[in-house]
Design a protein. Structure first.
Ligand SMILES: [Zn+2]
Length: 96
């Protein structure tokens, strides 16, 4: 069963939005290969996300990377960056 990339809640395969946090889900868009154009757009978003990430704007970075992942769902580098940013976000919240 797919899980929400933002809050980790379990979602139905056909859900377009997470029922818990409202995150847009991209599991349903992963059919077929990304087009060259989509991959190019994903690369631009990937770099833009990195700029936000370096500035510590984790939310913006995650959001833009998730859009990049919609364009290029098989891009493992973007998936890993989202996971890392989400980890950091969680540990930031736990600070006193
Ligand atoms: Zn969610």
């Amino acid at each position: 069963m797919p899980t929400c990339p933002r809050c980790g809640a379990q979602c139905e395969r056909e859900d377009r939005y997470c029922g818990k946090c409202g995150q847009r889900l991209f599991a349903t868009i992963t059919k077929g290969k990304a087009t060259q154009e989509a991959i190019r757009v994903a690369k631009v978003r990937y770099k833009l996300g990195l700029i936000y990430y370096k500035k510590g704007e984790l939310l913006d970075a995650i959001e833009i990377w998730q859009r990049a992942l919609e364009d290029d769902p098989e891009n493992l580098a973007i998936k890993l960056l989202i996971e890392r940013a989400q980890e950091e976000q969680r540990s930031e919240r736990n600070l006193p």
